[in-house]
Structures are given as C-alpha cells and as structure tokens.
Design a binder for this molecule. Sequence first.
Ligand SMILES: [Fe+2]
Length: 328
Amino acid sequence: MVCLENEGNAKDFSCVYHAWTYSLQGDLLGVAFRDGINGQGGMKEDFCLGDHGLRKLRVATLHGLVFGSFSDDVAPLDEYLGDEIVERIARVLENRTPVVLGRFTQMLPNNWKLYFENVKDSYHASILHLFFTTFQLNKLSQRGGIIVDPTGGHHVSYSAVDHAAEAAAQAATNDYTGQKIRSESGHQLEDTSVLAGTDEFGDGITLQILSVFPGFVLQQIQNAIAVRQILPRGARQTELNWTYLGFEDDTPGLREMRLRQSNLVGPAGYVSMEDGCVGGFVQRGIDGASDARSVIEMGGDGTTSSASRVTEASIRGFWKAYRNAMGY
Ligand SMILES: [Fe+2]
C-alpha cells in the first residue's frame, strides 16, 4: 500500500507507515532514521537497501494496454493470449492513441467469478437486457460468433448488423415471442441519438466483448469502447472498474457518438445495469444450495469456438481454465 492514488503522476512511492521510499521500479531508496539519531538506534551497519525492494510485477504491453503478473512461470503475453485474442485486441486498439473519456467504479454484491461468467455469457444478453432487444441492438439471430481460446480462459463474442438478414430477422422475432422472454415490449425511444453509431472498423461488427483470464474485459459496443477490470474484494464482493476510451484523432462527431453511447453501459447503463444485480441474485441462490450444482450445458459440453452464440462454451472454458489454475 505505497500508492494510495488511483491516478496521477509520482516521482517515487513512500509508505505512510514508516516512510520507506521506493523508486518507480520498486527499489528501496531510503529508510527514515536509518542511521538513528545522534549515533543511537537506527538500522544495523549491514542493512542493505538492495535486499528490501518491493515485490516486482512482470509487465508487458499490448496496443497500449499494460498487463502485469506476479508469476515468474506465466507465458509471455502474446503466447498467454494466443493469436486470435491478440488479433481481436488489435482490431480495436492497434495504431491509435487512446484518450480516457471517463471512469466508473462499481461494487458488485457477488463473487468475482460470477461477474466473469456474466461477461462470457452471450446467451443471457438478449434475454436479461430489455434494452438490447427492444431496440434491435443484439439478437442471437444476428450474424456473429464466439471464440474460445484453447486454454478456455479467454473469449470473444461478436455480432454484426446484417441488413440482408434483417428480413429473416422478422422470422427470428418469432423465436422470441412465445418463450416468455421479458425482452419483448412495446417501448420506443423518443430520442434515438443514443443509438446513432458508425461502422468505425469497416467490418460491420457492432458488438465485440473480449475477456482475458482472470479479470480483464475489452468492450466495443457500437462506438462505446471501454476496458473493465474485475477486482475481487472478498468472497462475495467485487469491484468493477470501467475506463471509457476515445482516440486522439476522433472527429467531434465521433466523440459525441461515443459519449452518447456510453449511456448504454456502466453501472447505470441502459443495457448493463441488470448485470450489476444478477450476480447478487445468483450469490443469494447459492446460499440456499451450496451442495447443489449449476447447469451450464447450453450448446453441449464442449469449450470450442462456434458461429452460434446460443452456447455457454466460453463459461465452460472459464471453469476449465480456473480448475487448471487451481490445480484441480
Ligand atoms: Fe449482461
């Protein structure tokens, strides 16, 4: 706890308790009263600053993202992520200079793993999130797919607006009616500017959610781009940090779109607000059934990529990676 600020600049770090001071690299620079006072007290002669630095992170960067690990054994970042995940991060961030547009911190009333499941769960989005389906942003019938990396720990879910298929989507609407899915309603937006977007990446993909095991998310929802950090704060409390990004070369129009679309996500986002509470629902359910098992068999029992998003393959992949990491 030598850095108590969430952001800013520092030329060194100092501990508030005894004022031991460290360089930005974590080397111990100084110890208060090291030589005592008037020749009395202080550290022994042979005390060596070099032996008492901070525990150092292994750090690697990728397209402006900084990843860190305390493990000496973990593979180099490119290898850890694999080609498919690196490509999908590059798709959003490569050769651009990011600008932070804003931040949120949200406390979730559940274990961190329930939020990571939620991020990987493409099957719930058009059911739980009334806003998505009502305004035709994301239906499971849209063109898209799921990528699960070989370790199972990382995933990408993506979908595209496919205008050629919109006629067929009318039939797909019938897939939703009659199933008692709450996302069918007669609601309409009076101001649709929150949905105005542009095909920034030239591939028609309007939604890409990417997760990296064990606690990172890169989000592209139309032009709302954000990174999320999942920080466990206890067995049943999780801190979720959102950082919204634009880019230095944004036109004023594009910047405006990003800011408007940012209303869709975040703690009170039109789309994502339900995710802040469903983890708590599951947590409460577990309290009454701690010996029972959950069912994650949508799409079979495999952990492979697929063109269908009606699958929980990426959630099964998460548990595969988790069991592996925990040595089960
Ligand atoms: Fe969700």
